[in-house]
Design a protein around this ligand. Structure first.
Ligand code: FDA
Length: 323
C-alpha cells in the first residue's frame, strides 16, 4: 500500500531529513526507552551492533545456500580517529570472514574511512583493507554515496584496482552520468554492483523512480555483462528481475542477484529455489538509526511494519524468513 505518489515523495524526503538530523539522532541515543523501541524495528534490517551478529547471520544464510555481503554501517565520518577505528573494525571483519570461510564479501563506504577528511586518507585505509582482503581471500566492495562524492570515489577505486583487482564498485542507475562511468570501467574487468540509488539528488542529475529508470537499469546490467564484468544485480524490483531473467542473462556464471537483508526475503527465497545465485547484504554496527530511516523512506509501508515490530513480543529474526 502506498500513500499516493506526492505524499510518498514528501514522506520519503522528510524521513531522509530526519535521518540526517544530528540533534534527533542524539535525542534517540540519549533516551533509552525510545532507543530500545527503535532498535526493535531496526533488527528487521540490521543484524545487530556487534561484528559477531553479522557473522552469525551470514553463516546461517550461507548454510541455507545464499551468498552473503557484510557491511559495518557508517558514513560521513569527519574525525580522523573515528575513521581509524572504522578501518580497524573492517580489518578485523575481513580477517574473521577469511578465517571462518563464511564466503562473505565485505562492503563499506569510503566516507566511513576518511573520504570527507582527505582523499589520501581514504585511499591509504582502502589499500590496507585490500591488502588484508587479498591475504584472506575476501572480496571487498565499495558502496556509492551522494553524487557530490562520485568523482572522488571512482577515482580512488580506479587507482586501487591497479594493485588490488579484488575490489568491486557500486554504480547508481539513477544518476544520468552512470552510463559514462560504466563505459570508463570497461578497459579492465571489474566487479560491479548496480543499484537504483538511495539518495535524493538534484533534479538535473538524476532520473526518479520510473519506467525510464528501470529501462536504464536493465541497459546498464546488459552493458556490464557484455563487457565481461562480474555483475551484482542489486534490486528488489520484480519488473527488472523478470526482464533480466527473460533475456537469460542469469545463465552467465559472472552474474548474481543481491538483496538487502530483511527486504523481500520471499523474493530471495523464490529466486534461490529456482536455482539462481543470490547474495544477501547484511549490516551490523551502532549506526543502525540512519539505516532504518533509509529502509522506511524508500518504502513507506515499512513504517507500519516498524510500529508493529516495536510492540511485538517476539524479536524479529529476519534470517528465519529465508528458505
Ligand atoms: P525500488 O526502490 O524501485 O523498489 C522496487 C520494489 O522493491 C518496491 O516496490 C518494493 O516492492 C521493493 N522494495 C524496495 N525497497 C524496499 C524496502 N525498503 N522495503 C520493502 N520493499 C522494498 N544505494 C546507494 O545509493 N548506494 C549503495 O552503495 C547501495 N548499495 C546497495 C547494495 C545492495 C545489495 C542493494 C540491494 C541496494 C543498495 N543500495 C545502495 C540501495 C538502492 O539504491 C535502493 O535504494 C534500494 O535497493 C531500493 O531500490 P530497488 O532497486 O529495490 O527499487
Amino acid at each position: 500500500m502506498h500513500l499516493g505518489s506526492e505524499l510518498d515523495k514528501s514522506f520519503t524526503a522528510a524521513l531522509k531529513t530526519i535521518a540526517r538530523r544530528a540533534d534527533l539522532k542524539a535525542y534517540v541515543e540519549n533516551t533509552p526507552q525510545l532507543k530500545h523501541m527503535l532498535q526493535l524495528a531496526a533488527v528487521r534490517y540490521v543484524t545487530g551492533e556487534a561484528r559477531q551478529d553479522g557473522l552469525d547471520a551470514a553463516e546461517k544464510l550461507v548454510a541455507k545456500g545464499y551468498a552473503a555481503s557484510i557491511e559495518y554501517i557508517g558514513e560521513n565520518t569527519t574525525v580522523a580517529s573515528e575513521c581509524e577505528a572504522a578501518a580497524s573494525e573492517l580489518l578485523a571483519l575481513i580477517h574473521e570472514v577469511g578465517q571462518n570461510e563464511v564466503l562473505a564479501r565485505v562492503s563499506f563506504d569510503l566516507s566511513h574511512i576518511g573520504l570527507l577528511i582527505d582523499t589520501e586518507l581514504a585511499f591509504s585505509h582502502l589499500m590496507n583493507l585490500a591488502n588484508q582482503a587479498q591475504k584472506s581471500g575476501v572480496e571487498l566492495f565499495i558502496s556509492m554515496e551522494e553524487s557530490t562524492k562520485t568523482d572522488r570515489i571512482l577515482s580512488i577505486y580506479k587507482k586501487a584496482i591497479l594493485k588490488y583487482p579484488n575490489i568491486g564498485i557500486t554504480l547508481q542507475a539513477q544518476l544520468k552520468r552512470t552510463p559514462e562511468d560504466l563505459a570508463a570501467l570497461h578497459a579492465a574487468t571489474s566487479r560491479i554492483r548496480i543499484v537504483k540509488g538511495a539518495y535524493q539528488e538534484p533534479d538535473d542529475c538524476m532520473i526518479p523512480r520510473s519506467s525510464e529508470l528501470n529501462q536504464r537499469y536493465v541497459e546498464l546490467v546488459e552493458s556490464a555483462i557484455r563487457h565481461g564484468h562480474h555483475v551484482s544485480i542489486a534490486t528488489h524490483d520484480e519488473f527488472i528481475i523478470e526482464e533480466l531473467l527473460e533475456q537469460k542473462w542469469l545463465s552467465n556464471s559472472n552474474v548474481e542477484f543481491e538483496m538487502l537483508y530483511g527486504i523481500r526475503p520471499d523474493l530471495s527465497s523464490r529466486l534461490k529455489a529456482a536455482g539462481y545465485p543470490i547474495r544477501i547484504y547484511l549490516t551490523y554496527g551502532h549506526e543502525w538509526y540512519l539505516y532504518l530511516c533509509h529502509r522506511i523512506a524508500e518504502y513507506p509501508p515499512n513504517l507500519f511494519q516498524a510500529v508493529i515490530d516495536t510492540v511485538s513480543n517476539e524479536k524479529v529474526e529476519s534470517v528465519r524468513a529465508y528458505v
